[in-house]
Unconditional design. Structure first.
Length: 276
């Protein structure tokens, strides 16, 4: 089976599964499905991230980092239900950082302390903290619809750019991501805009007026491209092609979610800015 065909089959299966989770959360008026999925995805992506940075000589605290990442996600999730917890969880990274310094001193001594602690904390922020904004969006007006639109416009743009770039791409987008082209990125942005506008026009799916969905689609679509490029930079620096080989034709889960790690928080801040 070709790589493209495998991507289509697995991608469709993952999309159906995610839509099923959204439907269950909608049917039971809960956020448990998305919350558990987010924590699970965050933990797996962190594990993949820590594995690839080890190839460049870093020594992240894997177990502490994954547990810390889940605590950050869970803490920010819980703070949605209790405003009194928000000040506490605003500083949730501090005890995690202190713990990492303690483990470093106790088990490894002082060598490479800054390097090891920094890469561990970076992984927590880059993956679990950014991903946790999906819970904030869930509790906004029509939150599930917004999440579905963000997912589809981000990944739809990603897929459209990939296919168009393979066929018509001539000008390289960057030296650190040689397979990406200006033509592909431009078409990805166009696809994201069309998906956002199209979904927003469906009865029952409309989340904002036309004059807002256009900049929303462009901004979130562009942030998805940036998210993809960020992971490409990390992988090139670590001299790896994929974050892992767990998912055929895709690589790792981090390779699938990379664009969403940036587009989700950007979508949240856009909605906050317009007082959605």
């Amino acid at each position: 089976m070709s790589t493209l065909k495998t991507r289509i089959i697995l991608g469709t299966a993952m999309l159906i599964a995610f839509c099923g989770i959204i439907y269950i959360d909608y049917a039971f008026d809960t956020d448990i499905g998305i919350g558990i999925l987010g924590m699970l995805a965050g933990g797996i992506c962190l594990f993949e991230f820590y594995n690839i940075v080890e190839k460049k000589g870093f020594a992240p605290f894997k177990l502490s980092g994954i547990i810390g990442g889940i605590i950050v996600f869970l803490g920010l999730w819980c703070s949605i239900y209790n405003d009194g917890l928000k000040p506490i969880f605003s500083f949730i990274l501090f005890p995690i950082i202190f713990w990492l310094f303690f483990v470093q001193a106790l088990k490894r001594g002082i060598d490479d302390t800054i390097k090891n602690v920094s890469v561990t904390v970076f992984g927590i922020i880059y993956i679990c903290f950014f991903l946790s904004f999906i819970m904030q969006i869930r509790h906004m007006h029509d939150g599930l619809n917004v999440i579905l639109i963000v997912l589809l416009l981000t990944k739809g743009g990603d897929i459209g750019g990939y296919l168009f770039g393979r066929k018509f791409g001539r000008h390289k987008f960057s030296s650190f991501s040689p397979n990406k082209t200006i033509e592909g990125a431009s078409f990805a942005l166009f696809c994201s805009l069309m998906i956002a506008v199209g979904l927003n026009a469906i009865p029952g799916m409309k989340v904002m007026p036309f004059y807002l969905i256009v900049p929303f689609g462009l901004l979130v679509g562009a942030s998805g491209i940036i998210g993809d490029l960020i992971e490409s930079i990390i992988k090139r620096d670590m001299a790896v092609k994929d974050s892992s080989s767990a998912i055929p034709a895709f690589g790792g889960l981090l390779d699938i979610l990379d664009s969403l790690l940036i587009s989700i928080p950007v979508a949240y801040f856009f909605l906050t800015l317009i007082k959605y």
